[in-house]
Structures are given as structure tokens and as C-alpha cells.
Design a protein around this ligand. Sequence first.
Ligand code: KIV
Length: 274
Amino acid sequence: MYMSDNNSNIKKITTHVLAEMKLKGIKISMLTGYDYSFARILDNSGIDIILVGDSASNVMAGNETTLPITLDQMIYHAASVVRGVKRALVVVDLPFGTYQGNSLEALHSAVRIMKETGAGAVKLEGGSEIQESITRILSAGIPVMGHLGLTPQSIHKFGTYVVRAKEEAEANKLLENAHLLEDIGCFGIVLEKIPATLGTKVAAELRIPMIGIGAGSGVDGQVLVLHDMLGITQEFSPRFLRRYHNLFDEIKGAVEAYICDVKNKDFPNEKEQY
Ligand code: KIV
């Protein structure tokens, strides 16, 4: 049974370490992170991968979808995260509109992320339709992670956030795309909201690690959005989400106590002033 060792013997996580972990059957832990302070806590806890997800658009900026976030905003979040990390691999989402349909723009976006943040890899949503963009980014020596299944940047095409690839045709397409991403050189793939049986099958067929979010237990690792698993967000409750805390209520309680102390002139006391 794994017990967190608080990151005491630091071995920097690289894409090669992740490949080794899959070979040895060691599950990979991944969480999103968007700022320096949380990144320090995650890294100190021994997380393997911190994903600077474009879910920052939702949980940091309050947008309904991931579409509005810009490359400059992602770079700001990623650079803040990298400053708080010693061990974890930092992977950064290329935001919507910065890589689809134009592989030169994709390369330019990925290069900016690597140069301006110090992150270790980028993540792109999609399969064969963005093959040229991925290949071009990889040719510059930038590690790429894929993302298949429910790809939130395509929410307007899907129309809803329901489970993907339940039908045979979509499941076969996903498997085909997973093989393609492996063949062109991606180091791993996020599989989002697909049947557990399909997640298991893809992970068993591929050599590179499959990281699931709502893809069952048969994949090589798991990822959750930090604000969801900590219970900072409240309104989002898909079946795959395990909440490890109720930070919304805890923080609210602390803030309420502070307000009371200020209003009642209990804060600051004699010892808390000069
Ligand atoms: O942006 C994000 O948080 C993600 C995860 C859901 C995997 O892509």
C-alpha cells in the first residue's frame, strides 16, 4: 500500500519516469494546478504530474467553458505553477484556438509555453484531426500529451458533457486515435469520461500511460480538477468525482469567524499589534 513520503527523496518526474511507472504497474497521480501556492502543496505531497489545465477558465476565471482562456493567461498560470514545483512534471494545456488547423501556429504556441513558463510538456485535445500540429510540436523536441474522449474544447460540437464513446463506432475511433497518438510520439494520453471497459482496453493495448478522468480503474493513472476534489467548487458533481474535502465550507467558516472578530472588535487583540 502506497503512503505519501512528502517528497523527501526527490526524483524529478520526466516522461521517461512515467513510461517506467507504467511498465512496473505503478499508478500515476495527476491533479490540476493553476498557481504557485497550491503547486507547492501538490508537489510537496508527492504528486507525479501537475496539469495546468484550461479548466483554469472555469475554476479560476468563472467562465462556463474552457474556450475563452487565452495563451497569455495560460502562460501566466503555468509560470506561477512552475515556480512552486521541484519534482512533479508540469504539463500545460494549449488553449482553444491556438493549435487547431494550423500546425505552425501550434508550434509557436507550444514554444511560447516552454520558453516563458519552464514547463515540461504540453497537452492538446484531439486525434487525427490535429496530427500535423502534434507532429510539428514534437519535431521541436517538446513532449506532447494527448486528450481523447470528452474533450471540453469541443463542447459546442458535442452539445453536452455526457459520457463519450459508448457506441462501437466512436469507441473504435477513439482506440484508433490512441494508437495514432502513440505512433507519432505522444508520451501519454488523458482519457476523459468514457466507459471503464474501454479505458481498460486502451490502457492494455498501448505502451504509453493512459491517465483517466472518469475512465475507470483499469487505466494507468488518474487526474482530477483540484478545485473539485478539494470541494472548493460545489455545483459540479459527476459520478467520477471523489471529494476529499469540503474546502468551500471550511474557508467560509474561517472567513465568517474573521468577520465576526473584526465587527466585535476582538481582532486584533493586545498581542496582535505594535
Ligand atoms: O483542463 C483540465 O483540467 C483537463 C482535465 C480535465 C484533464 O484537461
